[in-house]
Design a binder for this molecule. Sequence first.
Ligand code: 5GP
Ligand code: MG
Length: 178
Amino acid sequence: MNEIQVLDKTFVPFLSAEDIQSKIESLAVTINKDYQNKKPLFVAILNGSFMFAADLFKSVTVDAEICFIKLASYKGTQSTGHVITAIGLDSNITGRDIIVVEDIIDTGKTLHTFLPQIINQQPSSVKIATLLHKPEATVYDLHIDYCCFSIPNKFVVGYGLDYDGFGRNTKAIYQLKS
Ligand code: 5GP
Ligand code: MG
């Protein structure tokens, strides 16, 4: 794999398409076991999680639904600290088994702010599935149920994750070159 250029920055290969797909397959196996005889509702957070949500959902074999919501807390490579809900949750989640699907958990603020909106509607359970987690950056208290990769506190792009809107359209994940 080669370096890629996204706008003014250079990124180096970090997680291969094969590694990503194989972790997602294993996660789906776990979810299929954990949700036997249940009908989970996946709530995927746009935009970053769209590829992860699609690949994970394809490998889920229990009866399941998926919906998408949009939140944002990032501008460029730095968190703005604000969490904005752009597209709300319109499905009825009362009594449902919810799996929130995130691309990456960084400070944890996005989910920490958003989860009460879910819990308020009295689902029967809520679990968090994230493709990536940056443990060194996480300052909000969150229980992450399913995580594909724990990664260092460096900015990454690709496989749905962007740098100022660009860089999402790759099968691999790349790390900002230092
Ligand atoms: P948190 O609220 O946990 O600090 O941030 C979560 C959101 O910030 C993620 O869903 C993602 O959109 C964005 N984010 C955090 N770290 C990165 C990163 O390394 N690369 C990209 N592209 N987005 C990130
Ligand atoms: Mg996101």
